[in-house]
Design a protein around this ligand. Structure first.
Ligand SMILES: [Cu+2]
Length: 231
């Protein structure tokens, strides 16, 4: 029986439309007596009407329903994210490099050459910050994120978020060393990033970090102060 089924489909295919309804069940099921051999021989014969019907129109419907599903998912996410109104639906990562004592500005007590709040980094609330911290100076320096209080502490306070400081926020890292600091900017507000080494913040080694409930992306002022890569 199998041999006969293998032989028959090509001749039916050449004959054209006569047996098309008979082929469809086998082709659609992928099962039945004719099996794989039947499907292979049917495929070219289906290239006109059947393919248009099965591929184009259902494809459009499928895409529409997918878009509807994605839209529904976004609405659901927005509802879930309700308490943080204004937060973008997708949290991203802002990656940048901060160099302690990059220049001689402010006696070397600077990040990327900026001290005393001359540099402001703004990120949307909920974003992750990935900071490559490097010490180009001759002293040990650290990095620490704290709520901005208007006056500077004599040394590093506890970081505002888990992970928002170098491992030792007071002792810091030595000349030429690097450390990656990564944390989630979980709560909107006005913060600063400072060097937690004794007396350094009071000497002006601090700048602003704004965690914004409305910002759509990460920015830096002045624009030359840092290069932020968003991922
Ligand atoms: Cu320092």
């Amino acid at each position: 029986m199998d041999r006969w089924l293998v032989v028959e489909p090509p001749s039916n295919g050449r004959l054209g439309t006569g047996n098309v309804p008979l082929h469809h069940p086998g082709a659609a099921d992928g099962g039945g007596g004719s099996g794989e051999t039947g499907r292979r021989t049917h495929t070219p014969a289906r290239s006109s009407d059947a393919v248009r019907r099965s591929a184009v129109r259902p494809g459009r419907f499928a895409w529409r329903s997918r878009r509807t599903a994605i839209g529904g998912l976004l609405v659901a996410l927005a509802i879930v994210a309700g308490p943080t109104h204004g937060r973008p639906a997708v949290q991203k990562t802002a990656e940048l490099t901060l160099v302690a004592s990059k220049t001689e500005a402010n006696g070397g007590f600077n990040f990327n050459g900026y001290g005393k709040g001359a540099l402001t980094i703004t990120v949307p609330v909920g974003w992750k910050l990935l900071i490559h911290y490097r010490n180009d100076g001759n002293l040990r320096h650290s990095l620490d994120v704290a709520p901005f209080a208007g006056t500077q502490p004599d040394k590093a306070p506890d970081p505002a978020f888990p992970g928002a400081s170098t491992k030792d926020a007071v002792d810091g890292i030595g000349p030429g060393q690097e450390e990656t600091v990564s944390f989630v900017a979980a709560t909107a507000g006005k913060y600063e990033f400072l060097c937690g080494a004794l007396g350094h913040a009071q000497a002006g080694m601090w700048d602003y970090l704004i965690i914004s409930p409305t910002a759509q992306s990460a920015t830096v002022q002045p624009p030359t102060g840092a290069t932020i890569s968003v991922k």
